[in-house]
Ligand binder design. Sequence first.
Ligand code: SAM
Length: 259
Amino acid sequence: MIDIEESIYDHPKYYDLIFAAEWEPEFNFLEACFEQYVDRKVTRLFEPACGTGRLIYRFADAGYEISGNDLNDKAINFCNERLTRHGLQQRAVVGDMTQFALDQPVQAAFNTINSFRHLESEKLAVKHLNCMANAIVKGGIYVLGFHLSPIGVDACEEEYWSAEEGGLKVDSGMWLQKRNKRRRIETLGISFDVQTSDKKFRITDQLKFRTYTWPQFERLIDKVPQFEIVDVFDFDYDIENPLAIDDQCEDAVFVLKVR
Ligand SMILES: C[S@@+](CC[C@H](N)C(=O)[O-])C[C@H]1O[C@@H](n2cnc3c(N)ncnc32)[C@H](O)[C@@H]1O
């Protein structure tokens, strides 16, 4: 099989096929969070590092005013083209989640699948959280989902996904390659095996993620006093079942509220 080494984020069509398939539980959970944690009506949303806009599209389609940003122009074009195709306004822009300001604050924001861990230093993470706190109204929420590094138990070190639509099949795998505990950086390998009626090839890439134990994340949030953690869930996205978080938790979806 032909093997291409490229950023998987430069292949929004394949990324979206894999990651957009399971949008509904996330969507329903986020709406339940808006209802449960925000005192006012949620009409305006923002997604930092929105990628292909798999969730932006669903929220725009449901009537929310939603915007997003991402460093990758190919993902942003994919996102905006889909919005246009469905008669929805284009609202995603190329931008850095550590350096942005919104024209109008939103009542809620979300960032669910580890994008936050792309910020490789504490300084960038604090910058991001400050931007978010300024982008959200008082009493509004930021739902932030990512994998914590559990203490004293083994972390999950590989994941596989598969999706198929209209003659296109993508099998994806992600596995731990290196963990630098001192620098708190994990290097993950990721691949997309792509199959169409007439070609078959593999795209491989490496992703670098900052690691957080629960105490490390708690200390980070202390550095951004505009935010308080009001609840934590796991990736089952069950609003009825908040976690009693401890050092062994791995899947975490934090509901951060702006004071
Ligand atoms: C795992 S993808 C998630 C995309 C989208 N949030 C989703 O749920 O499908 C991570 C995204 O983060 C983006 N990204 C990484 N660093 C960024 C930064 N500093 N500012 C904005 N986007 C960033 C990447 O380009 C990529 O699209």
